[in-house]
Ligand binder design. Sequence first.
Ligand SMILES: N[C@@H](CCC(=O)N[C@@H](CS)C(=O)NCC(=O)O)C(=O)O
Length: 199
Amino acid sequence: MLLHHNPASPFVRMVRVVAHETRQMDDIQAEVAAVLPIERHEAISSANPLGRIPALVTDEGHGVFDSRVICAYLAHRAGNTDIHPSTDFRVMTLFALAQGLCDTAVNLRYETALRPENLRWDQWMARQNERIFAALDDLEANWQAELAGVHVGSIGVAVALAYLDFRYPDLRWRDSRANLSAFYDSFSQRPSMQNTKPD
Ligand SMILES: N[C@@H](CCC(=O)N[C@@H](CS)C(=O)NCC(=O)O)C(=O)O
């Protein structure tokens, strides 16, 4: 399999953690790509017409995207239903929450790091920050039982928190979120997390 990726992308990291946990890293050839939301990338677009990473090309030559589908594909390929329990709707909702947190944080990053300053939209940015804190508060209060397992839900949350540390070190998400901090401190020691850290 070929994976178009960039280590800085949290969506890519979720896929790589799942590949690691299901022992498929050696089956994946990684093609690093720098992506910008305002430029078409030829090689990525041939695997995913939306031009986004992660984009996987199977051994049969089919493009598989986005990260949610690639995680499901890898779990299916490994015959591992624990890591992607598609009928456990608590876990799948936790995965969606982690994905939404990453969507919000990545979009905010585009707005603050890439968009020309005179075109920035303060109200939109304020709403994204509000969304991030609401997701963090919900994770702190309502998901302890699910976060005890190793599956796409807990992987997604760990990767999202790592992305916040990576791009928003001043956000201080650990403040008054002891449960989430303890989860992250423990989960981030897993070899799959250690081996997929962005540089
Ligand atoms: N929902 C998608 C999101 C993927 C995504 O936004 N990837 C970013 C990198 S973190 C990207 O490719 N951005 C380039 C673009 O939007 O053109 C997924 O889960 O795969």
